[in-house]
Design a binder for this molecule. Structure first.
Ligand SMILES: [Zn+2]
Length: 298
């Protein structure tokens, strides 16, 4: 474990305890950090910065340990949920295309099984991406014929000043140094390029109502942004916000039912289960931020 003396967003040194830890690094496996994990409510000790209100895991597991977990993720349920995810990504691409109607090269950070990249390609973008899990990269190759590089975004060699769009959907909350990832995103964007970033909002009504039971409290999340701390992080990386939206996730009814213990009975029967998989539900919790940002050239 590694302890930070300063806030990773603003460098402030006035940190206070936000929530106490209830997990230990040694006990963690790739199962606990996969995208569809059910480890809600399990958290590292969280601290809050008085300067920018950013909440982050402190102390936290080392970068190498986190990378080793993500490299070994196998998550077939993610691919089963492709339909719901497609609806989410369709909304994102539509909004990106309003800001960048001429499309062009797009870089997807944390590309998972390539669902977003595949859709972007069908809409005329030229997608590239990076993803740490070899299982996910192989799935993207087999299913969509996509070539995704295996590895971690911050240290990958990627052409600078090249991309019309960079997408980071549910990525930044998973990494130990969000600032470095935003600087990298700025570097690879061309001057009129747009970054689309989606991340849970710790200041949202849902987060405040759910308290410690908020579904985004999970071991995979090391950083919990609010609109204010995200704006600070983007500005420090030389990016400015163009547009902000609240994000409504679409899942299949099956996915949601399997996550509420009492309702699991409804999906035990395999025929019913396949029915629920085909029922999309848009979950309008609005507890994620969807932010579009451009290079700050002033
Ligand atoms: Zn701060």
């Amino acid at each position: 474990m590694q302890r930070l003396e300063a806030c990773p967003v603003c460098g402030g040194r006035s940190l206070s305890v936000f929530r106490s830890a209830n997990i230990e690094a040694q006990a963690l496996t790739p199962e606990d950090v996969k995208i569809t994990d059910k480890a809600y409510g399990k958290i590292w000790g969280l601290e809050r910065c008085a300067g920018c209100s950013h909440v982050f895991a402190n102390p936290r597991p080392t970068r190498e340990f986190i990378q080793s977990l993500y490299a070994d993720i196998i998550d077939p349920l993610y691919q089963e949920e492709a339909e719901g995810r497609q609806k989410n990504f369709e909304r994102i691409l539509t909004r990106l295309e309003k800001l960048r109607p001429d499309q062009g090269p797009l870089f997807d950070v944390g590309a998972a099984t390539g669902i977003l990249m595949n859709m972007a390609r069908e809409r005329g973008w030229e997608p590239q991406g990076v993803e740490p899990s070899s299982w996910a990269v192989e799935t993207a190759r087999d299913r969509y014929g996509l070539h995704i590089r295996v590895g971690d975004f911050e240290t990958s060699e990627i052409a600078k000043d090249r991309f019309a769009a960079v997408t980071m959907v549910d990525f930044i909350e998973h990494i130990p140094d969000p600032g470095a990832a935003l600087v990298k995103a700025r570097e690879i964007l061309r001057s009129d390029g747009v970054l689309c970033l989606v991340t849970p909002d710790i200041n949202s009504l849902a987060a405040r109502l759910a308290g410690p039971r908020w579904w985004h409290y999970r071991p995979a999340h090391l950083a919990y942004f609010s609109h204010g701390s995200l704006r600070t992080a983007l500005n420090r990386a030389g990016l400015k916000i163009l547009r902000t939206r609240r994000y409504a996730w679409t899942f299949s009814a099956h996915y949601l039912l399997t996550r509420v213990s009492l309702l699991r009975l409804l999906v035990k029967n395999p025929r019913l289960a396949s029915f629920w998989r085909r029922v999309p539900i848009k979950l309008a919790l609005g507890d994620s931020l969807e932010i579009y940002a451009g290079k700050n050239t002033s």
